[in-house]
Design a protein around this ligand. Sequence first.
Ligand SMILES: Nc1ncnc2c1ncn2[C@@H]1O[C@H](COP(=O)(O)OP(=O)(O)OP(=O)(O)O)[C@@H](O)[C@H]1O
Ligand SMILES: [Mg+2]
Length: 349
Amino acid sequence: MARRTAIGLDIGTSVVRAVELSFGRDGVTLDRFGQVVLPEGAVRDGEVVDPEAVTAAIKTLWTATRFGTKRVVLGVANQRVIVRQLDLPWMEQSELRKTLAFHVADFLPISVEDSVLDFYPLEEVTSDEGARQLRGLLVAAQRDTVLLNVQCAEKAGLRVESVDLTSFAVLRAMGRQTDLTVGTEALIDVGARVTNIVVHSAGVPRFVRILLMGGQDVTDAVSEQLGVPLDRAEGLKQNFAQWGSDDQMTMVSRTVATTAQDFVDEIRGSLDYYAASSPAQHVERIVISGGGSRLEGLAETLAAGTRLPVVLGDPFWPLKLGRTGLDAEQIEFIKPLAAVPVGLALGAI
Ligand SMILES: Nc1ncnc2c1ncn2[C@@H]1O[C@H](COP(=O)(O)OP(=O)(O)OP(=O)(O)O)[C@@H](O)[C@H]1O
Ligand SMILES: [Mg+2]
C-alpha cells in the first residue's frame, strides 16, 4: 500500500513555506521542505493583501520543490481570529456542531454569518448552579480572510483539504517533545509580524493568544534608529553580534535590546493573564520557534523577564528525515521555521 502523505502550507508575512510528511507503519517522515520569499507588503499582519503575489509565490514554491501532491492543509493566524475559553451547556458532539453558532453569537465581536467557527472541547466541568458543562476553546475566524488564503492556494492549482489555526499547528509540532518532568509549558512561535502563544499540558491546549508582533518590529526599529533602508537594517539585525563593536553596532545592539524587551513585556503580559485565569497549572518552561526566535539575545531576555527556562523547539522531533535533498546544516537552519507547516501536515491525519 502506498504511504499516505500530507502537506502543510503556511502563508506567512515574509515567506510561503510548505512541508510534506509521509505516514507509515514505522512513523512519520519528513520528505520535502520548501519556501519562497514574498514581496514586501503581499501579506500584512498575517492577512493576504496582494493575492496575485501570494499565488505566484505558491506556484514558484511548487515548481521549485517537487512535492508529491497538490492537496494541502492551510494555516490561518491574524488579528481577525479569536481564540477564547468558553463553557457551554453539556451536549453531544453532533449537537454541538449544529448549534455552535447559536451558542456563541453573543461572545463574538463579528457576526456569526461572517465567521468560521470551531470549538475544541477540553474538559467537562460543573457550573456554580450544578449544571453539567463543556469547557473548551472557541475559535472564530473572519470568513473573508480565511477564504482569501484558500483562494490563493486554489489559484496556484492546489486543493485545500482543510484550514487550521496556526497556533494549533505549533502545538501539534512541538507539544510532543516529551519531557515528562514538565507539566505545563508555553510554546511561542515568533514570526515576522505574528507571534503565536500556546500554553498546553501534555498536548492539551489551555490558552492561545495571537500577538501582532515579531521580528519585523526589530528590523523596523533598527531602520528608524539608524536611518537605513529595511534590507540593510535586516542584515544589521541578523549579524551585529559577529561584527564587532563600533558606534553603529553599539546602536544596533541597543535598539535590538530595547525592542526585544518590549516584546518580552508583551509575552509576559499574556502569560500573566493566563496565570491569573488558571492558577493550578502554572507554566514551567517556554519553548520557542519561528524565524523571529533567532534574534540574538531574545531567549536570554525572555528567560530573565519571565524567570522561566527557555529552550529551542524542534519540530522535527521525532520525525525521520527522508530524502529531502537538504544537508545537515540546512536541516538545522530550517528547524525553527518548520513548526507551523509540520504541525499543519500532522493535522491532516
Ligand atoms: N538570524 C536571525 N536573527 C534575527 N532575526 C531573524 C533571523 N532569521 C530570521 N529572522 C527574522 O525572522 C522573521 C521571519 O520569521 P518567519 O519566517 O517565522 O515569519 P513568517 O512566517 O514569514 O511571518 P509571520 O509568521 O509573522 O506571518 C523575520 O522578521 C526575520 O527578520
Ligand atoms: Mg509564520
